[in-house]
Design a binder for this molecule. Structure first.
Ligand code: PLP
Length: 375
């Protein structure tokens, strides 16, 4: 594609989307939708999506259901027990589940619900919850991660006070890729939940090694102060379909649900629902994604380590590391000059890069550019 055509496409694409923002700000804030990324010749390593696509079974289920897209979900026989089936897969009861269009909506919902005090989060962490909380006037107490970029559980416990409504742990963590070990996290949940709600964001749990960290889903059975968020946007590769859920004790689900819809399944499409049902049954698709992700991860970490970058041992489908030499906005430069979309963070102790793990070919292209820059 010629650069003129590329520039024209960039402009018209964003004009058509009605987005009065520069490419740079779009990349920083929201990531760039993949289809536009490929269309523009951009390698999209910015939003931690699954680059290998949805399960073939989900694709077929979507195609088969299209003829019924004129019907509401509750009029489609195969979707009547949607929530029950999703719950059953995760060994939950339907009353313990609130369906949400992606977990981002769940995080916003939690921010809207737990107001009138403060919330405690790691720093850095995934920003939807703290950003929404701040926007509506909730005090956000940010607790620095440890030197190894892991949630500092003791410090977070100490930061909680009588006004703390909620503490947020992203495990595995975004943007830092680290985990908190199962036992330590369990003890933390038990302790912290005596004082406030503990919200565990498990968006990347399917990528984690279960010998290192595990879901806290079993804790919700007896403890109304534990909330878990899950999404189909990551290993299920359904980011554009918008599907996720909140898991919690039925009393908590009832309270949160009142803020959303009487029947939360209404807020997700029949297409997303049928795809989710097919996807949870396709263990082979998840395994294949995990294997390919591990290979891309190993390749990229090995290459970065050869260049003496200190890369955290990622438990996710992205990497996080400190840049050595780069001053300024690294993400902007990578996008503007090299057509590679990623995230960078200018923090007090230096510049950091967060790069999603694309296909091995995409990572080779990323490394080729990165070696030349030696950023
Ligand atoms: C930690 C974490 N939680 C939640 C989300 C929200 O994802 P979605 O709204 O697509 O489920 C993301 C997306 O990147 C994430 O990284």
């Amino acid at each position: 594609m010629t650069s003129n055509r590329r520039d024209w496409l960039k402009q018209t694409t964003f004009a058509a989307l009605g987005l009065g923002v520069s490419l740079r700000s779009l990349a920083n804030e929201e990531g760039l939708p993949r289809q536009f990324g490929s269309e523009l010749g951009i390698i999209n390593l910015g939003s931690n999506e699954n680059p290998y696509g949805i399960s073939p079974n989900a694709k077929k289920a979507i195609t088969d259901l299209l003829g019924e897209a004129n019907r509401y979900q509750y009029n489609i026989a195969g979707l009547k027990s949607f929530k029950k089936e999703v719950a059953a897969y995760y060994k939950l009861a339907p009353e313990q589940v609130l369906i949400t269009p992606g977990s981002g909506e769940g995080l916003n919902l939690a921010a809207r619900y737990y107001t009138g005090g403060n919330i405690v989060v790691g720093d850095p962490t995934f920003m939807i919850l703290p950003r929404t909380a701040k926007a509506i006037g909730t005090k956000v107490i940010e607790v620095p991660l440890t030197a190894d970029k892991v949630h500092d559980l003791n410090a977070m416990l100490n930061a909680m006070d009588d006004n703390t409504k909620l503490v947020y742990i992203c495990n595995p963590a975004n943007p830092t890729t680290t985990i908190v070990k199962t036992d330590a996290l369990k003890s933390f949940c038990e302790e912290a939940s005596k004082k406030a709600v503990v919200l565990l964001d498990e968006a990347y749990m399917d990528y984690a090694d279960p010998t290192e960290t595990q879901t806290m889903l079993p804790l919700i059975e007896k403890n109304p102060n534990i909330i878990i968020m899950r999404t189909f946007s990551k290993i299920h590769a359904m980011a554009g379909l918008r599907m996720g859920f909140i898991a919690a004790h039925p009393t908590t689900i009832e309270k949160l649900g009142a803020d959303l819809f009487s029947n939360t399944q209404f807020c997700t499409s029949s297409i997303a629902q049928i795809a989710a049902l097919a996807s949870i049954k396709d263990e082979a698709h998840r395994n294949e994604s995990r294997i390919k992700n591990a290979a891309a991860r190993k390749y990229t970490i090995d290459e970065l380590k050869k260049m003496n970058y200190n890369v955290a041992n990622s438990h996710t489908n992205f990497l996080f590391f400190q840049l050595k030499n780069f001053k300024g906005d690294f993400a902007k430069e990578m996008l503007d000059k090299h057509n590679i979309l990623l995230r960078s963070y200018e923090r007090a102790d230096g510049n950091y890069c967060r790069v999603s793990l694309g296909t091995i070919d995409e990572m080779k292209q990323f490394m080729k550019v990165f070696k030349e820059k030696n950023a």
